[in-house]
Design a protein around this ligand. Structure first.
Ligand code: ATP
Length: 352
């Protein structure tokens, strides 16, 4: 976020959103309650709301997480928007609170952007510095402002990065933590619990063990997904995704070879590998990128030995029955499925 989210500028912006401004020719987006604000309207808000061009197809692997989000978020919202009442007939609400956890660079931000892109709704990406202030009470006012703006917009996606700083465990942060931090957590809890909240809140953390379990309960961030290191199948998919628009002669066997020898790498590491290969191909003025533009198998093995995995997990909000349909048990369900069919690598998590 690049603007000061002070409540005073927000009051001025109410009027901007209330008007139906569409002077920039941006194709209109439609929330479940009608038209979503144009780029011009979004620019006049306090927070840096944007439209996202990302889609699920840009994310390699993690098919089970995509399928879940398709079914539980996209389908109900898009059906409602199209006037299809098959979900509302049974009072089926879309999932609107999601916690993603896993090592840095595994695509958690991409998931939030892609969700907004698939829904064609505005998206805002926030780190703790965007909402925490050194001034007493200002941080919780900033949280209120954020959700006020979300309410004006209607259907939208709020992405909260480094969620452990916003939702630090209150029970053991009581003594050491700043009173302001606790107010921020309490304000988020209150805002997330509002019944008429249309905003989909996606939070991400590399330190799931530090999250206040109260935030993970039904009605708040109830769907939990581990976005772990990609397994071999996911690594192949990520490499393919990043080479989609590149002239390349890589065969299936060469993709498989690269995927085999990049165990322990994140999606971000694989994206870097592809960037370097593109540069190598350009340097030699090649017509197509080849396997030789990537590091040799031996060099990849050296890189792999430098990657050190660790593990961490979300606090338990399990009610003991491990029911796949119960949101409190979803992280368990999705993780075990991912281990079986190409979501994430169970060789663990270096979350720092
Ligand atoms: P952090 O925890 O550090 O915020 P993150 O998990 O949010 O990291 P992203 O910012 O989403 O990771 O990913 C960084 C970059 O890595 C992306 O812009 C993309 O280029 C690449 N990347 C990561 N995961 C994937 C993936 N599954 N498919 C394609 N690209 C990926």
């Amino acid at each position: 976020m690049d603007r000061d989210p002070s409540p005073s500028s927000h009051e001025v912006n109410d009027a901007v959103v209330a008007q139906d401004v569409s002077t920039d020719g941006t194709p209109g987006t439609h929330s479940s309650t009608g038209s979503s604000p144009s780029e011009v309207q979004l620019r006049n808000l306090t927070y840096d709301w944007q439209h996202s061009s990302a889609r699920f197809k840009d994310i390699g692997g993690y098919d089970d997480v995509k399928a879940y989000l398709e079914r539980r978020v996209l389908e109900p919202l898009l059906a409602h928007r199209d006037g299809d009442d098959r979900f509302s007939r049974f009072s089926v609400e879309p999932e609107s609170g999601i916690m993603l956890y896993g090592p840095p660079g595994t695509g958690k931000t991409m998931f939030a952007r892609a969700l907004a892109g698939e829904l064609t709704v505005p998206f805002v990406e926030l780190s703790p510095a965007d909402v925490t202030s050194m001034w007493i009470n200002e941080s919780s006012d900033r949280v209120k402002t954020l959700f006020d703006e979300a309410k004006q917009i209607g259907s939208c996606v709020i992405f909260l990065d480094e969620a452990e700083h916003l939702f630090g465990a209150r029970e053991y942060s009581g003594k050491g933590s700043h009173a302001e931090d606790r107010k921020v957590t309490s304000e988020f809890l209150a805002q997330l619990t509002h019944e008429d909240r249309e905003a989909i809140v996606v939070a991400a953390t590399n330190r799931p063990g530090d999250i206040d379990r109260a935030i993970l309960r039904p009605g708040r961030l109830a769907a939990h997904f581990e976005i772990g290191l990609p397994d071999e199948e996911a690594r192949t998919a990520i490499l393919r995704t990043h080479l989609t628009d590149v002239p390349s002669s890589l065969s299936d066997a060469e993709y498989a070879n690269l995927a085999t020898h990049t165990a322990g790498m994140t999606g971000a590491d694989l994206a870097d590998l592809v960037d370097e290969a593109r540069r190598n191909a350009a340097d030699r003025d090649a017509r197509v990128l080849t396997r030789d533009d990537f590091p040799s198998t031996e060099d990849l093995q050296v890189i792999a030995t430098e990657l050190e995995p660790e593990t961490d997990d979300l606090p338990t909000v399990d009610d003991g029955d491990n029911d796949e349909d119960d949101p409190r048990d979803r992280d368990v369900a999705v993780r075990s499925k991912a281990d079986d069919d190409g979501g994430s690598d169970d060789s663990a998590i270096g979350y720092q």
